[in-house]
Design a protein around this ligand. Structure first.
Ligand SMILES: NC(=O)c1ccc[n+]([C@@H]2O[C@H](COP(=O)([O-])OP(=O)(O)OC[C@H]3O[C@@H](n4cnc5c(N)ncnc54)[C@H](O)[C@@H]3O)[C@@H](O)[C@H]2O)c1
Length: 596
């Protein structure tokens, strides 16, 4: 029989604690909510009432339910109020000495049979537990932010946590409507170990002015379907908390440089820019605690004003190539009203691409997304050719041929001879340096990367890659074109992986390393990222879709260019590729797809 938890205690009512109180009270458990001072207690109470009032306003909670929920919470100052609880969850700031002091005190105050739990994200639960005389009743219960929304709970058992305590806590998580994964005591557990390297890398990109905060966040939301961009997520987590988590992970997790907090983080914390809770972090909020972003001095000008700034007029566009990307890009431009000249290496290939574009447009008609007239107009705007000379009078060329530098360089040299002056020459490369391609021409200022995502007609993102030679006019033209295509163009520098792949693939590689180290299973790791962070797919699901060979190639490029030891491809990924387990396309990758 699982233990009954009739009253629990929560210590610290900040970002996490207030949410954890809400989770328990919503599920009919009485809560003693404890803070350090009257002021902090009132802030915690205000957070809880604010959150439950919003739930009522959204129709997610009845007024009577809210009142009952609030009546279950007893707000108190000081730990002595916890003498009669069955379980305590501590959610005070991420400092080991503070947590140890609190646990020693809880050990003195609480009933001998009470379970003492920490919500720490990165500190050692074992080290916290030894501050008590009952380490076998100490456990990690790691909720995700915002606690009432995110389904995942990581249950962290130390080498001494008793099996009964683990089972009781697992049953409790179920009662709270949460999904738990039970794991051992390692820095960052599953989700944060995979998340924080990525978050810190994004801060580093912003700090190096590689891209703007808006563009970094838009890239990860639109390119990967994440619920929030990394910098907005940092603001939600709280920059002080994020700093402490990174710092602990760096020290506990083998001094991986990727966890050494970006210097900017420390500066922001020192300056009191803590994220949403202080009203300002990477973004500025309406007021402290508000989720609403308001414009500040870094907010880009209204899109139109920026676009008008020197963009060249583009009416006719050449697309070179006959693969998946070229086919999608031809469709995108034709649908947006551009005249398109498609150039392939022969009439047969042109016929195939033409067929594919027709099929895709027809699908749009069947799904009611495109009228028959619009389809016919789009097709009527495309001319099919096998001769580069037909690009002599286009205003923009988009190259989407095979991902080989020598081929792309030769093509750009030819375009340089054929195209009229003032044309913008774009490459869709996802891994080659754009500058190499640009220098194959006599006009590197007119060359830019336009990195579309697959499938191009659907994915809303385009990375606009500026080399050190790209002119402002070329960049402005690329932005204007993306806007007319109905895509979000994000501008970044010419570095391996641009924004999305540089942030995404090291995380996937880290997940493989975690699996390889037998810390957890592929299923639990996928759950953790989906239910803890709201990702649309877990890392192993995504790797199997993208293809393990493609993922390995991208990871190798990143490693070769950036020489970051943490980016070295996971040996397990290499072995699976060698074994021909490439993911869905071969029926087997991390999972066996033939049996499902
Ligand atoms: N922020 C997140 O996204 C997140 C997610 C999961 C877990 N965590 C973990 O949760 C814990 C709390 O983080 P947070 O972001 O909520 O921090 P926070 O700074 O928002 O809140 C901490 C609260 O603890 C209170 N406090 C400090 N000393 C206290 C004491 N002696 N007694 C009682 N209350 C005290 C503070 O007044 C404050 O209200 C940390 O261990 C953190 O790593 C955070």
């Amino acid at each position: 029989m699982a233990r009954e938890f009739t009253r629990v205690g929560v210590v610290g009512l900040g970002t996490m604690g207030a949410g954890i109180v809400e989770v328990f009270a919503r599920n009919g458990v009485d809560v003693t909510a404890v803070e350090i001072s009257d002021g902090a207690l009132e802030r915690g109470r205000a957070t809880l009432t604010g959150s439950t009032d919003r739930a009522v306003a959204k129709g997610k909670l009845a007024e009577a339910e809210r009142d009952a929920l609030l009546a279950r919470v007893d707000f108190r100052v000081g730990l002595d109020a916890l003498h009669d609880v069955d379980l305590v969850i501590e959610a005070v700031p991420e400092h080991l000495d503070l947590k140890q002091r609190i646990f020693a005190e809880l050990d003195r105050v609480c009933k001998p049979e009470a379970i003492l739990a920490t919500n720490t994200s990165s500190l050692s639960v074992t080290e916290i537990s030894v501050a008590t005389t009952r380490p076998n009743q100490v456990i990690g219960i790691h909720f995700f932010n915002p606690a009432p929304v995110m389904k995942l709970v990581e249950v962290v058992r130390t080498v001494v946590t008793s099996a009964d305590v683990v089972a009781d806590v697992e049953a409790l998580c179920e009662r709270l409507g949460k999904v738990d994964v039970t794991i051992s005591d390692r820095a960052g557990f599953i989700a944060n170990a995979l998340l924080f390297g990525y978050l810190n890398h994004a801060v580093g990109m912003f700090e190096a002015r590689y891209a703007t905060r808006e563009d970094i966040d838009a890239a990860m939301k639109l390119g990967c379907g994440l619920p929030m961009g990394p910098l907005a997520l940092m603001d939600l987590i709280g920059l002080d908390t994020a700093y402490e988590i990174l710092d602990t992970m760096y020290r506990r997790g083998g001094r991986d440089r990727r966890h050494a907090p970006a210097p900017l983080l420390k500066q922001m914390v020192t300056a009191g820019l803590l994220g949403r809770k202080s009203g300002r972090g990477f973004y500025t909020y309406e007021r402290p605690g508000s989720p609403k972003v308001v414009p500040d001095e870094y907010t880009p000008l209204a899109a139109d004003a920026a676009l008008a700034d020197g963009a060249r007029a583009i009416a006719k566009v050449g697309v070179v190539g006959s693969g998946t990307m070229a086919t999608g890009i031809i469709e995108v431009f034709a649908k947006a009203g551009y005249e398109v000249v498609s150039v392939t290496r022969g009439a047969e290939k042109s016929a195939k691409v033409c067929e594919a574009v027709k099929t895709s447009l027809n699908k749009g008609v069947v799904r009611g997304k495109l009228s028959e007239t619009d389809r016919d107009d789009a097709l009527g705007r495309i001319t099919w050719s096998a001769t580069l000379e037909h690009l002599a009078d286009v205003d923009l060329v988009v190259e989407a041929v095979i991902e080989e530098l020598s081929v792309k360089k030769a093509l750009f040299a030819s375009l340089d001879e054929i195209c009229k002056p003032g044309v913008v020459l774009a490459t869709t490369t996802s891994s080659l340096p754009v500058i190499d391609v640009a220098m194959a021409t006599q006009r590197p200022a007119d060359v830019v990367g336009l990195h579309f995502f697959n499938p191009a007609p659907i994915m809303p993102l385009v990375e606009i890659v500026q080399t050190i030679r790209t002119s402002a006019e070329t960049s402005a033209t690329a932005r204007a074109v993306c806007a007319k295509l109905g895509k979000t163009g994000v501008v970044c520098g010419d570095r391996s992986g641009f924004i999305v792949n540089a942030l995404l693939f090291p995380y996937l590689n880290d997940a493989v390393k975690m699996l390889e180290a037998s810390y957890s299973t592929a299923d639990d790791i996928d759950y953790a990222m989906k239910l803890g962070c709201g990702y649309p797919m877990g890392p192993f699901e995504l790797l199997d879709v993208v293809g393990l060979d493609v993922s390995l190639a991208i990871q190798r490029e990143l490693y070769l260019e950036l020489r970051e030891p943490g980016f070295a491809p996971a040996p397990l990924l290499e072995h699976l590729v060698t074994a021909g387990y490439l993911g869905r396309k071969t029926g087997r990758g991390f999972r066996d797809h033939t049996r499902r």
